[in-house]
Design a protein around this ligand. Sequence first.
Ligand code: PRP
Ligand code: GUN
Length: 172
Amino acid sequence: MSELIEVLSKEEIARSITEVGEVISHDYKGGKLALVGALKGAFIFMADLAREITVPVQIGFLGVSSYGKSAESSGTTTVTKELDLDVTGMDVLVVEDIVDTGLTLKFIVNYLKDKGARSVKVCAFLDKKERRAMDVQVDYACHEILEGFLVGYGLDYAEDYRNLPGIYHLEM
Ligand SMILES: O=P(O)(O)OC[C@H]1O[C@H](OP(=O)(O)OP(=O)(O)O)[C@H](O)[C@@H]1O
Ligand SMILES: Nc1nc2[nH]cnc2c(=O)[nH]1
C-alpha cells in the first residue's frame, strides 16, 4: 500500500505562485514573454502562473516525457507533442512542474534554442536538487524540496494523482 503525506497545501501553493509571478512581472517589465509549458506535468502550474504575470504573454506547450510508469528517470527524453508556438526571436520562460535530475529541462532548453528563442529562462514550481545530474539553471522556483517522490498539482505517478490540489510525498 502506498501512502500520501501532504508537503504543500493548496493555500501555500497559491501564495508562492503570486510571489513568483510578481518577481517575473518585475523582471520582464516593458517586454513580452513566451511561456512554454512542459506537458503533461505543468498544465495546472501554467494556468495559475500565467494569471499572476502582468506583462503580455503568449502561451505554448511542448510535450516531453522522461519517466513513464516509474519513479526513476528513463535517462532519455522523448517529445510527445511538438511545440505549438513560434518562439523565434522571443524571450521564453519555460514553465516546469518539477526539476529533478535536470535531464528533461536540459532537453527543453536546447530544443528552444534550436527553435530560435532569443533568451530562455526557467520557472519551476518545485526545484528538487537531491538527484540533480545535469548542469541546469532554475531562474525562478516556487519551492525548493529536498527529497522524495512527489505527486499532486499536475505531478503523477504512472498517470495517477495529477488532480490533487496539494503536493504530497508518495511513500511506496
Ligand atoms: O528533472 P527530471 O529528472 O528530468 O524530471 C522532471 C520531469 O519529470 C516529469 O515529467 P515526466 O517525464 O514524468 O512526464 P509528465 O510531465 O508527462 O508527467 C516532470 O513533469 C518534469 O518534466
Ligand atoms: N511525479 C513526479 N515526477 C517527477 N519527475 C521527476 N521527479 C519527480 C517527482 O518527484 N515526482
